[in-house]
Design a protein around this ligand. Structure first.
Ligand code: C5P
Length: 413
């Protein structure tokens, strides 16, 4: 079971742009989540935010000068850039990006960026014309090929009165990207989804389970199922696009997990339940995982050997029902708990009974009988079973099912 990066140290380089004020919110959010933030201001940034407010929010000294004898004696800039777990540049101005792409090192920020051996995440912010300028786009391509990670810019009204891409990503999204970059390897560049204008789920936390679980028989063999994780992944993406902070607890799915969410990888149902518990509190929980109903009770620590003779006899024990468990929580129960019901017969009747039995708020029911192509397929035909009755949706792509469900969740929250 992986992740959670509390205590990680972020070297935050604040560039000189109007978006610098949002970096103050970012510092506050990072601190609230338990990160350590070491701030660096460029000269131009000091025109927009004061070193004092940055230092007060970060609870750390602000680093400003390349040639600072006292500091250099205490800790050189090379050390500063290496002590970090991640370097974040927010806002990354056109000038800072050009310096990075060109390998300049003529002030503290650019020198730290040259000297670091850690991953770098940039949150560009600039006027739309500057963003679209061939020079910026060329620099962006260079930075991408250098393995620099990026979040945003987002599209919208800009301080300069124009409209288009160029706004710095919202602090929530930068935070999500930070979690993501810290949780993944250097080789995998980010593909953050398209930004949407309306984000009714900003400030909300949703736990999503997805994919199959695998239940070991011995160190090399296991029992599992055909879940691809496609629907759960699409739901996490749709919730993220509405602004939610998503904790995505996934078994070994075949579809890659979404970007911009916290991915918690698990293997077994027991691990999945523990990961869901660790991710609480949450405003909503969407349980889309295909959790194995049973685990092997007599799993062995050593590989079972054929030459021992005879046939192995597997004994089973029941797995925790994560959906039922989360639904019966008292204080920590998410306001909205959504389950799935994959049925082959009497879909509505069975799903309605499941809703009541597991004390779930909503059930997304679908027919997975042979011929429907739901498992591993692109489409899904679902009914949403609520307290007030049943809504049957037409056959839709899984992404569209996810979008509709995410919108309904946003309304309910
Ligand atoms: O009872 P059934 O497995 O059909 O219920 C399906 C729903 O319950 C899904 O939302 C699934 O994620 C959830 N579930 C669970 N833990 C289990 C079994 C199912 O969370 N052990």
């Amino acid at each position: 079971m992986g992740t959670v990066m509390q205590g990680s140290r972020i070297l935050l380089i604040i560039g000189g742009g109007i978006a610098a004020y949002k970096s103050l919110t970012l510092i506050r959010d990072l601190k609230r989540e338990g990160f350590r933030v070491v701030p660096v201001l460029t000269r131009a940034a000091e025109e927009f935010v004061t070193p004092l407010s940055v230092a007060a929010l970060a609870g750390e000294d602000v680093h400003r000068y390349l040639f600072d004898l006292t500091r250099e004696a205490q800790m050189g800039h090379i050390q500063l850039s290496r002590d970090a777990d991640l370097v974040v540049v927010a806002p990354a101005t056109a000038d800072l990006m050009a310096k990075m792409a060109g390998g300049h090192a003529n002030d503290l920020a650019s020198t730290l960026l040259m000297a670091t051996d850690k991953q770098v995440l940039i949150a560009p912010a600039m006027n739309v014309r500057m963003w679209n300028h061939p020079a910026t786009q060329r620099n962006l391509a260079l930075l991408r090929s250098d393995g620099i990670q990026r979040v945003g810019p987002e599209e919208g009204d800009m301080a300069c009165g124009e409209f288009g891409p160029g706004r710095m990503a919202e602090p929530e999204h930068i935070l999500a990207a930070i979690r993501l970059v810290l949780g993944r390897s250097r080789s995998a560049p980010l593909r953050l989804g398209p930004e949407v204008a309306a984000r009714p789920l900003i400030g909300k936390h949703v736990v999503v389970t997805s994919g199959p679980t695998i239940e070991p028989i011995d160190p090399v063999r296991y029992i599992s199922n055909h879940s691809s994780g496609a629907q759960g992944t699409a739901i996490a993406e749709a919730l993220r696009d509405l602004g939610a902070k998503v904790s995505f607890v996934t078994g070994p799915a075949t579809v890659p997990p979404p970007d911009g969410v916290e991915v918690i990888r698990v293997q077994t149902a027991d691990e999945m339940r523990a990961a869901v518990e660790a991710a609480l509190p949450a405003d909503a929980a969407v349980m889309a995982a295909a959790v194995a109903d049973w685990k092997v009770a007599n799993r062995t620590e050593h590989k079972m050997k054929k030459d021992k003779g005879g046939m192995p006899v597997l004994e089973f024990a029941e797995n925790p029902d994560i959906l039922a468990w989360v639904s019966q929580l008292k204080a920590r129960r998410p306001k909205l708990v959504v389950g799935f019901a994959a049925e082959t017969d009497d879909v509505i009747a069975n799903a309605t009974a499941k809703r009541l039995r597991k004390r779930v708020d909503w059930i997304v029911a679908n027919d997975v009988s042979t011929g429907t192509g739901t498992f591993g397929g692109a489409d899904n035909t679902v009914s949403l079973i609520l307290d007030s009755g049943v809504e049957s949706w037409p056959r839709l792509g899984k992404a569209e099912v996810a979008r509709r469900l995410a919108n309904r969740i946003a309304e309910a929250l």
